[in-house]
Design a protein around this ligand. Structure first.
Ligand code: F6R
Length: 615
């Protein structure tokens, strides 16, 4: 969950490190730090709080340094503070380490390999002690890193520098706690936790695999196995656009990303949904051997895994897979899945949904599926991410960079990707009627306009946000496809505004949550689904009878809730199976409106990180 960067070359290291860190701040932002090296000196500067605090401290310092490492932290061991910020040093100040992930046996390692007093509460510091111990015993830097890999358990990656070898960086990755990517350029090397931090500096990248060590000098990058065996690796060329990551005229990235969703949908459908023939085609994206028509006919079960918002997208996708591909489908929270010894075989298609492609629990679930021989597809927004390397096939979300920590456009992109995948699988299995394919493609292509319509209602939604912004508790209820929408509405509200919000299936309401209802507990009821509409009406009446306010989210033209709900939130009337998309967008705007009124930091909510690489 932390972001790590390193640079060695001809240019001013501090500027490049700070700039790269700013692109990684979404991974953690409770403290940050930097170690800078010149021929004769190593200076370490750390600050509590956001990166701007570090920038202030850095002004005018070590401007001649041409190498260094940096870190932006999401605390796991030790409270956010200057002493716990990275880089962490050995007691003599010879080496510095920045680290992401968790060293599980750090306390034992402290006992065994401590080289003196520890000055922080982190699991990282012991790595610096181990490194300096190795160097003092005559090991080379790479050998000292090998020693760490043989002793430190967990999933982690780190970068280190030795002040006595000022143009050299070493790093390693173990397991799936976030990657290390090395950007290659002439006469300089730059390395970071993910590729987004490196875009302005390089277009050629080496992705470090688990149990690999990297030894970096300005014009030489060498990769070794954890046993010290040299590995040959050619850089991959990726052309990505750093400019689209800018906030533009929007006040927050979250608002910008909400407004990008019509385009996100178009990009997600481009090349897959044909408006002229009204057909769907994903054949170029699926591994032909693994997903041949014969193999697809054999699949007798689907399992979609994901966390948080991605899991909510998966819950919507389950309806699509069952309806269009006729495959019994389960959705599992990746973290729960991996620990319940799931029954899997090669006839189970595992689909992972993860915008970052780096979520540690989702990666672990995929590894479990890999062991069982399941064919796997991942839906990811990050080129080259870990899940894309594990899966047999990748469906890219094509949502563009999502900088706000709360997922918005990547959820919508995941939902449309699952819709397309379900139609395509149904077609390949010979179970989708051509007229259903035609109708669904036609309806899906209406979505960008429908979402634009929701965005045109921003003022109305904002008025509702104003009215309810003082409430400290919220209930979100939905049935059928409205249920994951309710879960997502509640999650978005709690993460960006810190309001306590619960998402429930409306049928569950009478089994407990109704006890919460009073005039202080407003409910947002998702009422866009035709087949459960009457049931939602009854739920609303029951809540109103107990003094609770209800905002009914209804389709345009539906006035049936006007008399019973306290307020209505209107979204365009579209095919009910696609209705979660505009409904989720309306709820994103509602949460954003409330959060900004309450003065919350919507782009970087407290305690959260965009990529969750620790358990
Ligand atoms: C909520 C949110 C998180 C993520 C979850 C999974 O707004 O962003 O709940 O959805 O951490 O992340 P990915 O999709 O990267 O696997």
């Amino acid at each position: 969950m932390c972001g790590i960067v390193g640079y060695t070359g001809e240019r001013f290291a501090s500027r490049i490190l700070l700039d790269s860190l700013s692109r990684l701040e979404y991974r953690g932002y409770d403290s940050s730090g930097i170690a800078l090296l010149t021929e004769t000196n190593m200076q370490v500067i750390r600050a509590r709080g956001k990166l701007r605090e570090l920038s202030k401290k850095l002004e005018g310092e070590m401007t001649d340094a041409r190498a260094g490492i940096g870190h932006t932290r999401w605390a796991t061991h030790g409270v956010p503070s200057e002493k716990n910020a990275h880089p962490q040093l050995d007691p003599f100040g010879r080496v510095a380490v920045v680290h992401n992930g968790i060293i599980e046996n750090w306390e034992d390692l402290r006992q065994q390999y401590g080289q003196g007093l520890f000055s922080s509460d982190t699991d990282t510091e012991v790595l610096a002690h181990m490194l300096v111990g190795g160097l003092d015993a005559g090991l080379d830097l790479v050998e000292a890193v090998q020693l760490i890999l043989s002793k430190a358990r967990g999933a982690y990656s780190f970068l280190a520098v030795d002040s006595q070898q000022p143009d050299r960086l070493v790093g390693a990755r173990v397991g799936n706690a976030g990657g290390l990517v090395i950007g290659i350029s002439e006469d300089e090397s730059i390395v970071a936790s993910d590729v987004s931090a490196l875009l302005p500096y390089s277009q050629e990248f080496i992705f470090l695999e688990s149990n690999e060590i990297v030894d970096i000098r300005p014009s030489v990058v060498e990769i070794f196995s954890s046993d010290g065996e040299r590995k040959i690796r050619s850089p991959e060329r990726l052309s990505l656009d750093p400019v689209t990551a800018a906030k533009g005229t929007y006040k927050h990235f979250m608002l910008k990303e909400i407004h990008e969703q019509p385009e996100t949908l178009l990009n997600g459908m481009r090349g897959r949904y044909s408006g002229t023939s009204e057909t769907i085609d994903l054949s170029s994206e699926l591994n032909h051997e693994r997903f041949s028509i014969e193999n697809l006919k054999e699949i007798n079960r689907c399992l979609i895994v994901g966390m948080g918002t991605s899991m909510h997208a998966a819950m919507i996708g389950r309806h699509y897979l069952e309806q269009f591909a006729r495959i019994p489908t389960e959705v599992d929270n990746s973290a729960e899945f991996r620990y319940r010894r799931p029954l899997l075989d090669e006839k189970t298609l595992v689909i992972s949904v993860t915008q970052s492609g780096e979520t540690v629990d989702t990666l672990a679930a995929m590894e479990e599926a890999q062991r069982a021989g399941c064919p796997q597809i991942t839906l990811s927004n990050s080129v080259g991410s870990q899940t894309t390397r594990l899966a047999d096939s990748t469906i890219m979300l094509h949502a563009g960079p999502e900088i706000a920590v709360a997922s918005t456009k990547t959820m919508i992109a995941s939902v449309i990707a699952l819709h397309g995948l379900s139609l395509f699988l149904g077609k390949q299995r010979g179970l989708l009627q051509p007229e259903v394919e035609q109708e669904q493609v036609h309806q899906a292509l209406l979505l960008p306009a429908a979402v634009s319509n929701v965005l045109n209602f921003t003022d109305e939604i904002d008025k509702l946000a104003e009215k309810y912004s003082a409430s400290n508790n919220f209930l979100f209820l939905g049935r059928g496809l409205g249920y994951p929408v309710a879960l997502e509405g509640a999650l978005k509200l709690k993460e960006v505004s810190y309001i306590h919000a619960e998402g429930y299936s409306a049928g569950e309401m009478k089994h407990g949550p109704i006890a919460l209802i009073d005039d202080q507990m407003p409910t947002l009821a998702i009422c866009t689904q035709g087949d459960v509409h009457d049931k939602m009406r009854s739920n609303i009446q029951q809540i109103r009878a107990r003094g609770g306010a209800v905002i009914a989210l209804v389709s345009e033209g539906d006035s049936s809730m006007d008399a019973i709900a306290t307020d209505t939130l209107i979204v365009p009337d579209i095919d009910p199976i696609l209705s979660p998309i505009p409904a989720v967008v309306a709820l994103q705007l509602f949460s954003y409106g409330i959060a900004t009124r309450r003065g919350a930091d919507v782009d970087q909510p407290r305690n959260l990180a965009k990529t969750v690489t620790v358990e």
